[in-house]
Ligand binder design. Structure first.
Ligand code: FE2
Length: 228
């Protein structure tokens, strides 16, 4: 498999209904705080609340890097973005509530947009010149504050859709590919998204022979909807 083209695949998780119950119980405690959209809850005791999941992580040699609580509000389409601050490309998302009909769409940039961005970058270099670093005699300028996502500006006309899925079963996603979540329902859609210290390709390889699900160019019939 060409890993760079991997988009998504359902992952078989034993005791999923038990794990889902543990997630639901914790989700009820966490609620839907107004300011939370993409919130790392690792330090709030994520693993203490989900002992069945922890057991499976240990069996599969998965070392958690982040546990993110993602809320997509009712009737919201998220920006087209990639998770540039994730530890690596793979995220294992677990549906908690409101996930039944909400779809995650994947995109690639149109060639003309890639060319335009390259041209713009070259132009910026021409006008900005080369940064020689801080002067020895002058204190360095303070760094500008980091933006939450440097690519929030993908317009739907800048991209082409290359796949979509419904995270209504545990699903591995390539979050380095541009994506957007479309929630047209009247309920919040909540998932727990786990990211690991090493990319867990071994979980996807277990899905064989449908390993190619979500790979660019596969037939649209191959999706999570078929896997249920
Ligand atoms: Fe994302």
């Amino acid at each position: 498999m060409d890993r760079s083209k991997f988009l998504y695949a359902p992952v078989s998780v034993p005791n999923w209904s038990q794990i889902h119950q543990e997630m639901l119980a914790w989700q009820k405690k966490l609620g839907t705080p107004r300011e939370w959209f993409f919130h790392n809850v690792e330090n709030l005791g994520a693993l203490d609340e989900m002992p069945t999941l922890v057991k499976w992580f240990e069996e599969k040699n998965l070392r958690m890097a982040e546990c993110v609580y993602i809320i997509v509000r009712p009737r919201v389409i998220t920006n087209i973005h990639s998770d540039l601050f994730a530890p690596n490309a793979l995220a294992l998302n677990f549906p908690v509530t409101g996930c039944e009909t909400v779809r995650t769409h994947f995109y690639e940039e149109l060639p003309e947009v890639i060319n335009r961005k390259r041209r713009d970058a070259k132009r910026r270099m021409m006008f900005q010149g080369i940064n020689l670093g801080p002067s020895r005699t002058k204190p360095p300028e303070p760094e500008p504050p980091a933006k939450p996502n440097p690519h929030p500006d993908y317009h739907i006309d800048d991209v082409r859709q290359i796949g979509d899925t419904c995270v209504n079963v545990p699903t591995m996603l390539n979050v380095s590919v541009l994506h957007s979540v479309v929630n047209t329902t009247n309920r919040p859609r909540i998932v727990f998204s786990f990211r690991f210290k090493e990319e867990p390709w071994h979980l996807i390889e277990e899905v064989d022979p449908t390993l190619a699900i979500g790979v660019q160019g596969q037939s649209p019939e191959a999706s999570n909807d078929q896997a249920e």
